[in-house]
Ligand binder design. Sequence first.
Ligand code: M6R
Length: 606
Amino acid sequence: MCGIVGYVGARDCTEVLLNSLSKLEYRGYDSAGIAVLENDEIRTCKAQGRLANLEVKIKQAGGMSGHCGIGHTRWATHGEPSDINSHPHGNAIVSIVHNGIIENYKILKERLEKKGYTFISQTDTEIVAKLLDHYYNGDPIEAIRKTEAKIEGSYALGILFRDFPNTVYAMRNDSPLIVAKGDGEAFIASDVPAVLQYTKEYYLLESGEIAILKDGVPSFMTLDGEPIEKELLVANWDMESAEKGGYEHFMLKEIHEQPTAIKTTITPRIIDGMPNIEECGVTPEMLRDFSNIFVVACGTAMHAGLVGKYVIEKIARVSVTVDVASEFRYRSPIISPNDLVILVSQSGETADTRAALRLAKEQGAKTLAIVNVKGSSIAREADFVLYTHAGPEISVASTKAYMVQIAVFYLIAFELAYVKGKISEEECCRLTKELTNVPKFIDVILSQKDNCQYVASQLVNSENLLYIGRGLDYALSMEGSLKLKEISYIHSESYAAGELKHGTISLVTEHMPVIAVVTQRDLFDKTISNVKEVKARHAKTFIVTHQYINIDNDVADYKIGIPTIDDLLMPMLAVVPLQLIAYYTSVLRGNDVDKPRNLAKSVTVE
Ligand code: M6R
């Protein structure tokens, strides 16, 4: 989704803005622009496409120099990607960049048109620029306050006023924005990685607060003009973690970071060999007493919830319902104050997941967020938070975040099963120990990547693909399928292996490769029978299973063998080849692996 940056300080502002925007590229965008205060004038340059296009345009315009400015990467919502629709929007007096959606823009536009304003873009953002201009009477705060009172929706805004040359203003409602502080310089950004190369110190701007970055010093006030003292936070991510570090793509780097991410996430939550999540405020007694568990999330995070469901229900015997966050409220879920609603989100900003969180709170349930980004909205709004310590995930395709989300679900499941008396202390310790063994087995899989490269070479020209599995393998195959389609653009579906024959098998021909995940040994024979069914219809079959299990050539065209651990934990291993197959297929198809078309990393609109 859109990315915002702003800078005030001694450095060359254009360079800082472009550098910082490049660190937000991972969020997904289709155009970019900057506005710089230069010799008491607002100069603006915008370009459709990648940042490189913007850089060319800036050069063609003779460069832009100054020490105060704002910048933006736009992910189109209102109006197609184009130079005109790109941000910043404004005029000679005021210029803005915006992330979010102004819901009442149509009515505001009509009113402004009646006052004589004309509009050149199709964006909702231009309305905000015109409103600021309308209310500006020499006092920026007054203009911001009056504008804020009119607009509805979610927004983070960076604002420049021509008459206030060394100052960037910012305001937000819902959409995230940080204000970072350097030595005599200050920044605004949608996300911490944008400023890590300059500083690690930052403030979280809250909804209804105004930030004023004057002469490189940030200060804050309420909309009523009351000064606010804010806590200065220090990012625990460093620059290297937001760089590719020698890997061709962030996605490959992040796949390789999974063993470390698991260790960092689970180690502090294992005490005397037993899982313990009390750090988040959920005591063993509370955990024991919840009646039902709901997991609500989107995309990959929702798939992590599906693995959580299988594991919790299997060993703790507590009912778990998993919902796609965008649908949660439409089915009028029956939630009671005795229930636990778990929200899973890498970014902690996903609008649908936030909306579900609010609904759960309204209905009185306790809410637990499993979130990667510290201080993000979901983390702050939930009753309890368990942070996954994956470090920044830059690639749009989520890999290491999924891995640590399921690691946290295993900890919850083991503790819950123990406190419910469903497993003994000894069994709980054994399972927890087995979880700590996962990283070393992932390292083994990562050392055999050529298997996955081979499978990718067999899939690269396919137009359709099926993933099948049963039980936990089915939950996992959904993630494998999503990973493949989002970055390779090959259409793929995941099917419960036993369900195929109820319709979908009619699609199976020699042109429909099938990837079967077969790690649950109690389901092995049944799933292999389903593989035989597709094989009989000439599908090419690829099987991900235990290394030691032999599969006949007349069943599998190719087998990817992985190490063996407790079957319950096999998804943590089996997902790695699925991630790698998706990765290599995307590379072979020449796609932009880290920034797949139409997708955004942090989806802040509903
Ligand atoms: O930041 P979140 O975890 O809430 O994001 C949820 C989904 O948008 C995300 O997992 C998406 O499905 C990824 N592109 C999958 O790789």
